[in-house]
Write a protein that binds this ligand. Structure first.
Ligand code: KG4
Ligand code: ZN
Length: 331
């Protein structure tokens, strides 16, 4: 069968990224330009600045991705772009660029759901992984427990009722003075601490999550006891949120038996979470999967990867494509 080469474009938040992926499994290039340094001084992503930065650099990133993949625009089969969810202005830069490129090259346009992209990152890392499986997507914007039935069929079992888990990581890091983005900093600092501080763990009915309670508890604790050991606080926070994640995964496996638990999204880079999920998988005699670290956080290879499955399923977008900031998956 002829190889299918997809060019992916991602601009949903603060990474401008372009990638070239072969057959949904092989990354030929994945150029990621992070705006972290720019947003750092504001303590979080400033949407207007993000859009402007995407506009300034996107053309250069696309050219670089083609160059690194040693592929010409004529050779690609289709252009995949993140349609949503994400920041509307940021998404529009990628969507407008992809539409213009599709029009100029007469190559098909594919609209990819960002969350589906996060899941597809696993197909780039694990060549033999195929649906069905249970997937936990934990990122800065999302916390979803999903029954992935096929490359296009998703049943949402649970999601966060308030903050996304990554938001909680970032907020906790900010109040204890670790800066933005907080997830990697908490991950690092927790290694030097022990989980000795008791924090509230909330279990809801069904498979939904809530992280606002623990976030507020850490903020209050830090306010009342500013000399609290920071590494211990980070370790205790990680332990508590991980317990909440694992509780729901175990509950879901009882109702939806599976031999594969797949993690995705920026927070799945967390070393403590990976460790604990591995332990759980061992105990349940199932297999745990994670994307390689660079494919956990936002990148265009995951968009091109999902784009491949959309392409071979015959899905196509047209030049009326618009960004959808609150685009849902599986609903
Ligand atoms: O998937 P992603 O790049 O963006 C969204 O789609 O939201 O995820 C970004 C999130 C941020 O909240 C960041 O703090 C978190 O992923 N993150 C981590 C780690 N690396 C990134 N959280 C915990 N531990 C990490 N090592
Ligand atoms: Zn993301």
């Amino acid at each position: 069968m002829k190889d299918v080469i997809i060019l992916g474009i991602e601009s949903s938040c603060d990474e401008t990224s372009c990638a070239v992926v072969k057959n949904g499994r092989e990354v030929l290039s994945n150029v990621i330009h992070s705006q972290i340094k720019i947003h750092e001084e504001y303590g979080g992503v400033v949407p207007e600045i993000a859009s402007r930065c995407h506009t300034e650099i996107i053309n250069q990133i696309v050219k670089q991705a083609l160059k690194e993949a040693q592929i010409s625009l004529e050779t690609i089969d289709a252009i995949a772009v993140t349609q949503g969810p994400g920041l509307v202005g940021a998404l529009l830069v990628g969507v407008s660029y992809a539409k213009a490129l599709s029009f100029a090259t007469q190559k098909p346009l594919l609209a990819v759901n960002h969350i589906a992209g996060h899941i597809a990152a696993n197909f780039l890392t694990h060549q033999n992984l195929e649906p069905p499986f249970l997937c936990l997507i934990i990122s800065g914007g999302h916390t979803h427990l999903v029954n992935v039935k096929s490359y296009h069929t998703y049943e949402i079992l649970g999601k966060t009722r308030d903050d996304a888990i990554g938001e909680a990581f970032d907020k906790v890091a900010r109040v204890i003075g670790l800066g933005y983005p907080g997830g990697p900093k908490i991950d690092q600092m927790a290694n030097a601490g022990s989980p000795s501080i008791k924090l509230p763990i909330t279990h809801l009915d069904g498979f939904d999550f809530t992280f606002s309670g623990i976030k507020t508890a850490v903020i209050n604790l830090n306010h009342k006891t500013p000399d609290l050991d920071k590494p211990d606080l980070c370790a205790s926070f990680e332990k508590a949120v991980t317990e909440m994640l694992i509780f729901n995964i175990k509950k879901a496996i009882q109702t939806y038996p599976t031999d594969k638990i797949v993690l995705a999204g920026g927070v799945s880079r967390n070393s403590y979470i990976r460790n604990e999920i591995d332990k759980m998988a061992n105990e349940l005699k199932i297999q745990a999967y994670y994307p390689e670290p660079i494919l956990c956080t936002d990148n265009a290879a995951m968009i091109a990867g999902q784009g491949y499955y959309d392409y071979i399923a015959g899905k196509r977008a047209d030049l009326h494509l618009n960004a959808v900031p609150n685009l849902k998956i599986g609903e």
